[in-house]
Write a protein that binds this ligand. Sequence first.
Ligand code: NAD
Length: 340
Amino acid sequence: KKINLALCGLGIYANIVAESMQGSEYCNLAGIVTGTPSKAIKWKEKYNIPDKNIYNYENFDEIIKNKDIDMVYVILPNSMHKDFVIRSAKAGKHVITEKPMAIDVKECEEMIKACNDNKVQLALGYRLHYEPTHLEIKRLGQEKVFGQVRYIESLGYKTYDTIAKKPVDINSPANWRLNKKLSGGGPLMDLGIYCIQVSRYILGEEPISVTAQFGTINDKNRFSETEESISWQMVFPSGAMANGNTSCGYNIDRTYASADYGSFELSPGLSYGPYEGKTSKGPLKFPPIKQQQKQLDEISKVLLANKKLPDHITGEEGLKDIKIINAIYKAAETGKKIIL
Ligand code: NAD
């Protein structure tokens, strides 16, 4: 048996997920949830989706009666994750939600509670947790292959044109990332979350304090509500420091870790790959994989075996990242060190 999945929200990333999961051994694209009738027609034809498995945002709750859907994958703007995760949970469906989990801590807590109350599992769309290059830098750091990691630099970006075409109208749905109500914030929410994640999984530790600074706003049209770039510094219990920077204004994609007896790095390190890297002992490279298919297969295998999802991809993990993001924003706004 495969897990039958319904994709909720059919934007750019949902298309990537749908393509990647074709041929999956454990997960089947069985349904869709969309607010756009023309997309429903296209997807129905392309992926052979039966009418009974096609929902819109209004009739979505009827999915409770549909035994042919086991799990919903929410790939909507950040502020919509909470509503659809809770509605999926109430319908008795396991649910994956895209990163960032939600726009604040309270929303994350409500989502976790709803999934617990309805005895369904909640996963985060953290695809890099299944990617071999990232698993390797996690191992190099956590197993202290080059000794204790002392310093991490993690940088990630998204270019202007991928997030908003000119002329810029931040109220246009296409530009939801620039609209604070829908996004919860700028590149920190979107890409910086990967930089936070990578620092946490290289070290296997949680930060104890953060300081942060907003960068210059060079494009006031686009960045009237959200930051254009932001830098932050995290201190970990071992004494390790992690510097992060994320931007929509310049291209940066690098993860570097310096340890007592060596170093390792990836550049690019956070985009869709393939990732290029090296350690102080030689090259660091793995064949590219279908990241989204691997992620869905691994989640589905756990669910098919009636087991518990591993902690590092659950709602609790998503909540940890949102707490850190909140602290980074607070540090940048106040100019103060925030203790976590
Ligand atoms: P997108 O703009 O391409 O798609 C958003 C979808 O939501 C569209 O289908 C749109 O029609 C729908 N929608 C419904 N109500 C909307 C509203 N009020 N405003 C705007 N859109 C609305 O965005 P995307 O890039 O697919 O991102 C969706 C989610 O996926 C986000 O949470 C994002 O952070 C996440 N994402 C994750 C990855 C990853 O690698 N894990 C990559 C890209 C995006």
